[in-house]
Design a protein around this ligand. Structure first.
Ligand SMILES: [Zn+2]
Ligand SMILES: [Zn+2]
Length: 253
């Protein structure tokens, strides 16, 4: 039966997701944030899926995804990209090719080199938590891309974009710009675990789905908050449909 046909019955199920987790690749994250350790904690927290979003890089995605696969968990592959306005944006991609193309765009527009002494290590791990390298890019820095360019590039690669921790004063779109531009086609907004519940109604007025995520930089923070997705299956396209509220799919916090 085709989509949209009257009488079509889709079985929907709730999935718990924490879509904003850093690994040991992020200089500000703890070195304990290794692939199998992250997955073990995510399982303990009864998450169905997790999003891996390191600062300006996706170099640990494959390792975490392989570790997740062994444990029967799903990973939404992403990055937390810092714009030239110092706005953090989560960008998620369905396939590795798109993710790597976005990483190339980000790296080409990310000046500077990391100094481990000041900013921390940027460790690349394998799926069994063995550290196999590091990246020299200054991942803690800002790209030279405007927030509108990040959203446009991600969308052109079939990605989804979420404005990070909009309730925070630093590195959030509202904190940096003072508002969310009406013509910026974000797919969702993220509120942090510390968000004042009274503020949530205000954020709903933007007319975009709200998610909440841990922004975990250490293992104990994984799953401390999560978003519930009502989907017919656990997939990237279902998450995209939930953001658009298609045929009963929904997002709730
Ligand atoms: Zn952030
Ligand atoms: Zn973050």
């Amino acid at each position: 039966m085709p989509w949209g046909c009257p009488g079509l019955k889709i079985m929907l199920k709730e999935f718990k997701m924490d879509l904003h987790i850093h690994t040991c690749l992020s200089p500000c994250a703890q070195s304990e944030m290794l692939p199998t350790a992250i997955i073990k904690k995510a399982r303990e927290q009864n998450l169905d899926a997790l999003g891996i979003c390191d600062h300006n890089s996706a170099e640990n995605i494959t390792a975490v995804r392989k570790a997740a696969h062994r444990a029967g968990l799903r990973v939404l592959a992403g990055m937390e990209i810092c714009s030239r306005e110092e706005v953090h944006v989560l960008a998620f991609f369905e396939d590795d090719d798109a993710l790597m193309r976005m990483q190339t765009i980000v790296y080409e527009n990310l000046p500077g080199e990391n100094n481990e002494k000041y900013f921390g290590e940027q460790l690349i791990a394998d799926e069994y938590d063995k550290v196999v390298g590091s990246t020299k890019k200054l991942l803690i820095g800002s790209t030279t891309l405007g927030v509108n360019e990040i959203v446009a590039s991600a969308h052109s690669l079939g990605g989804l974009t979420v404005a990070s921790h909009i309730d925070r004063e630093s590195f959030s779109i509202i904190g940096q710009l003072g508002f969310i531009p009406k013509d910026l086609p974000l797919d969702a907004l993220e509120i942090s675990p510390r968000c004042n519940p009274d503020e949530i109604e205000n954020y709903k007025s933007y007319g975009l789905p709200l998610i909440t995520s841990s922004d975990a930089h250490l293992l104990s923070d994984i799953g401390r908050v999560f978003t519930k997705f009502l989907l017919s299956a656990l997939s990237f396209s279902e998450v995209a449909m939930a953001f658009r509220g298609i045929q009963g799919r929904a997002v709730s916090i």
